[in-house]
Design a binder for this molecule. Structure first.
Ligand SMILES: [Zn+2]
Length: 234
C-alpha cells in the first residue's frame, strides 16, 4: 500500500478521511459529493449505486435486497450496513471516500463511527448543506425542462428569453411532476424532521461543518475544498 508522501503524491491531494454530505433534496448534495470525490480521486459512495451493483452481480446481499427493492420498500439497515462495511474494506477507499445519502439516521451514524474505528479510519467530516427553505423551494419548483433537448431552466433564477420555450430549439418547457410544490413541500418537511437529529448528533461531536448551499455550484465546491483542507491541518 502507498503511504502519504510517496513519490509523485502530494499530501494535499489526499483526502485522508471519510466525508459525509447532509442536505435536503435540491441543495446540490449529490453534485458536490461527486465533485469532491473527483477532486481528491477517491470513491463516491452512494447507497443506491451500491445496491444496484450488488443486485446486478447477484451477490448474497444483492439477492437479499432485490425482493425488498422490487416491492418498493426501504432496504433494511441489516443489508445497508453490511454493504457499507464490505465497501470500505476495498483498497480504493484507503485514502478516504465520500458518502452520498448515508448515514440517514443516528443509529447508522453510530454504527459507521464504530466501523471506521475498527478499520483505522479517521472519524468523518460532515458537510451540512444549509439553504434557506424559501430559496430551496424556488429552486426546485422553478425548474423547467425542455421537452426537445432536455435543457434545464429556472423561471426565477435562469428564465428562458421567451416564457415557456427553450432558447436553443424553441421546445416547450415542462415541470417534472416531482418538482411541483404540493410534492416538494411535504418531502422537504419530512427530510428536515428526519435529518435534524443526525445533524445535531454530528454537531455535538464537533464533526459538522455548515456549508452555504445558496451559492453557485462552483462557489460551493470551492468552499467545501477549503473546509476539507482546513480540517487536515494539525
Ligand atoms: Zn431545448
Amino acid at each position: 500500500m502507498e503511504t502519504a508522501g510517496a513519490a509523485g503524491t502530494h499530501p494535499l491531494e489526499r483526502l485522508h478521511r471519510p466525508v459525509i454530505f447532509l442536505g435536503p433534496p435540491g441543495a446540490g448534495k449529490g453534485t458536490q459529493a461527486k465533485e469532491l470525490a473527483r477532486c481528491f480521486g477517491v470513491p463516491h459512495l452512494s447507497t443506491g449505486d451500491m445496491l444496484r451493483e450488488h443486485v446486478s452481480k447477484g451477490t448474497p446481499l444483492g439477492l437479499e435486497a432485490e425482493p425488498v427493492m422490487k416491492r418498493g420498500d426501504l432496504v433494511p439497515d441489516s443489508i445497508i450496513l453490511k454493504m457499507i462495511a464490505d465497501r470500505i474494506e476495498r483498497a480504493d477507499c484507503s485514502h478516504g471516500f465520500v458518502f452520498d445519502g448515508f448515514p440517514r439516521t443516528v443509529a447508522q451514524a453510530q454504527y459507521l463511527g464504530e466501523l471506521l474505528k475498527q478499520h483505522g479510519f479517521k472519524q468523518p467530516l460532515v458537510m451540512h448543506m444549509v439553504i434557506d427553505p424559501g430559496l430551496l423551494l424556488r429552486r426546485i419548483t422553478g425548474r423547467r425542462m425542455c421537452k426537445v433537448g432536455g435543457e434545464i431552466y429556472n423561471i426565477y433564477e435562469r428564465p428562458p428569453k421567451v416564457a415557456g420555450h427553450c432558447d436553443n430549439d424553441g421546445g416547450e418547457l415542462e415541470q417534472r411532476a416531482d418538482d411541483r410544490e404540493e410534492i416538494v413541500g411535504p418531502r422537504l418537511a419530512a427530510y428536515e424532521k428526519q435529518t435534524a437529529p443526525l445533524a445535531a448528533y454530528y454537531r455535538r461531536l464537533g464533526r459538522l461543518r455548515d456549508i452555504d448551499a445558496s451559492k453557485s455550484v462552483d462557489e460551493v465546491a470551492k468552499l467545501i475544498v477549503e473546509v476539507v483542507s482546513a480540517a487536515r491541518q494539525p
